[in-house]
Design a protein around this ligand. Sequence first.
Ligand SMILES: Cc1cc2nc3c(=O)[nH]c(=O)nc-3n(C[C@H](O)[C@H](O)[C@H](O)COP(=O)(O)OP(=O)(O)OC[C@H]3O[C@@H](n4cnc5c(N)ncnc54)[C@H](O)[C@@H]3O)c2cc1C
Length: 413
Amino acid sequence: MDFTPTRARGQQRLAEFLPSAGRHYAETRNGDDGPAEGGRANVSQLSPWLHAGLLGETEVLEAVLSVHSPRAAEKFIAEVFWRIYFKGYLEQRPAIWTDFAKGRDGALAALDANAGLRKAYAEAVEGRTGIAAFDVWAKELVETGYLHNHARMWFASIWIFTLKLDWRLGADFFLRHLMDADAASNTLSWRWVAGLHTKGKHYLARADNIARYTAGRPGGVLDASGLAGDEARPLTEPQEYARQKLDLPTPVSAADLAAPFALLLHDEAAHHAPLAIPAAPALVIGADRHDARSPGEVGAHAQAFARGALASGMAEAAATFACPATEWRAGEPLAPLLAAGGLERIALPYLPAGWTRDALWPDLAPLMAQGRVVTLLPDVDRATWPLAKAGFFGVAKGIEGILAECGISGIGW
Ligand SMILES: Cc1cc2nc3c(=O)[nH]c(=O)nc-3n(C[C@H](O)[C@H](O)[C@H](O)COP(=O)(O)OP(=O)(O)OC[C@H]3O[C@@H](n4cnc5c(N)ncnc54)[C@H](O)[C@@H]3O)c2cc1C
């Protein structure tokens, strides 16, 4: 599969997958058929482009609805909304992210202090546990930067309930290697498997289920003998995460950007096109903080995708708006870049809870306090996040209304 980190390649993959996004997707999406040269046939593999903001959810939904009826594409549309739901949920409980980061650091320190744990962890991430299916996925993740959704669920479940490793170390392993590594989808999915997201409801991987849904792999069914059985209990935690009120920016108009301004592109919004910015910037600033996702080393595929996404996004924005582009490097202050261009304001694609926000916020907060930041948030997030209060159901039942409210209707079916 060609994971070139450009908007053009994302659009091409979207076009390739579109015919399959209807009933075919609903019927076949659960199969982990293994990596394929031309891309998997049953899932879109669009997640790296979506995470990097090279593609936006709105245009993906529009494209799907232009060739399939809402009924036929219901399942695919719902999955795209899972991504938006997780973002909105974490936005209302950002302490889940900060606690994850603290817990991960504690778990990494515990590895340093305990040779037995260190050995078990090394066997897991190097694919040497002896559980054949798990070992295949551990290597596949490192070697390709992608895992099928079902494989992610099985892998997380075996990590937590069979290998009994700290879930935060597993979530960190995913963040370091996934090209689509996303603070909200990853942290909350690991918590969901563990039984922490929907309290008391955990996900137990079973060998027969794994065999059934890996039958399409080129090497045949993956064996997963010796997994934890029904006796494995969901994880628990002492803290409750109370929901905090969303404070969303209002829609941006051209009048808000009347004076010359800089557009900030970052790891979760690397391209200007999905931002639908209503005025042309005088300067493009690119902030690559992909290595802030973990204290550990970021895998080669994840690193290449993140770097390439921002580089291609900056070059295309500079060409489109006929303006210079400059890098804002980690550790350097932002204000001088604006001052050098004689610019007062900065247009900022919304920074959701996660490492990108953690890395950029200390410099942006003072500008925000001075009223110099104009925040861009897609309508579909503004409409969905308030519904992401508890379970996904709240969002699921609002999808039709959200699509209508945001004018996402597609054409031609
Ligand atoms: C333990 C675990 C960790 C995960 N970590 C991440 C992560 O770091 N980043 C990430 O983007 N997704 C994550 N997911 C969700 C999901 O596995 C991936 O989004 C999906 O596999 C991406 O492949 P695709 O693009 O072919 O998806 P498709 O099936 O083609 O779906 C289309 C799009 O919908 C979204 N989507 C699909 N399934 C989900 C889901 N279950 N949750 C949220 N969004 C979804 C993705 O943006 C995806 O690109 C995780 C799931 C689990 C169980």
